[in-house]
Design a protein around this ligand. Structure first.
Ligand code: SAM
Length: 267
């Protein structure tokens, strides 16, 4: 898969091909990346890419034209390389949240290219977003200084889903793959500072281990992301045994909440 990233700080992207799973997949030729600096698409001596916002207010806004020309160059380069551009994505805290479903959908364009646009300053001229971008992507309810870290999060998550990037079946067991959060992990030693590894994991009994892991995933998802449980229920992904676990876990959570509210009321 090919990624073309529009950024004022191209060197920030180097870390992706320098470390870990993304590095290996890059070395194996599963993905390539090219950065495009909007400053290279300006016509004035100062290579201006930003200007003051109409209507006043603090900060600067990225101008539409250098970004549009950079996207056009990236798309042309993808076409010349025979991959074709599947989507242009802009990083924006105001965009739709980045989810596993969106990542998988983009990874399915594995024979094509994605163009990712990184904003800076107060953001990007809305007319560029309206005319040149297919989807806006937020990586969370917080504001970063620029879109590069968000673009790297998108690329990392997509690369993990490219065929062959992960050497085992681990993607199938990861959070969100089955609609739930992943459960806890433990490794040696069996006893660490008095804390024991849960006994089912030491049993060597595959069915018992699988049941324990499922229960932990259900409990964790109910505690932290109850809306995922609701969604899994709607999709018919919960068994009768799952529902028994969830009922018990729900009662325990209510009990804990009640105890802590009584204690804070006492205080
Ligand atoms: N004025 C904007 C707002 O309040 O929504 C924030 C602009 S931010 C300082 C500059 C750039 O960082 C954005 O254009 C975007 O590309 C990127 N960015 C910041 N937070 C982000 C997030 N949570 N997800 C994706 N991109 C983000």
């Amino acid at each position: 898969m090919r990624f073309d990233v529009i950024t004022l700080f191209p060197e920030m992207l180097d870390v992706l091909s320098a470390h870990g799973i993304t590095r290996r997949a890059h070395e194996e030729g599963r993905w390539t990346i090219r950065a495009w600096n909007p400053r290279d698409f300006t016509t004035d001596n100062h290579r201006t890419v930003d200007d003051r916002p109409f209507g006043g207010g603090p900060g600067m806004v990225m101008m539409a034209e250098p970004l549009a020309l950079a996207v056009q160059a990236a798309r042309s380069a993808q076409e010349a390389a025979g991959v074709g551009c599947a989507k242009v994505l802009a990083m924006a805290p105001t965009g739709a949240p980045l989810t596993d479903a969106r990542v998988r959908a983009w990874a399915a364009y594995k024979a094509s290219g994605l163009v990712l646009v990184c904003g800076r300053y107060e953001g990007i001229d809305q007319r560029f977003l309206d005319q040149c971008v297919d989807e806006e992507v937020s990586i969370g309810d917080f504001v970063l200084s620029g879109g590069e870290i968000a673009a790297m999060a998108v690329i990392d998550a997509v690369v993990r889903h490219l065929p062959g990037s992960l050497k085992d079946a681990s993607a199938q067991d990861e959070s969100f793959a089955q609609g739930l959060l992943d459960g806890p992990y433990f490794t040696r030693p069996e006893n660490w500072r008095g804390a024991q590894v849960p006994s089912p994991l030491l049993s060597g009994h595959h069915a018992q281990i699988a049941r324990w892991r499922r229960e932990q995933a259900l409990r964790r998802t109910l505690a932290y992301r109850p809306e995922l449980i609701e969604a899994a229920r709607t999709r018919g992904q919960l068994s009768r045994q799952d529902e028994v676990v969830l009922k018990l876990a729900g009662e325990e959570l209510r009990q804990v909440a009640q105890t802590s509210s009584e204690q804070s009321g006492d205080a």
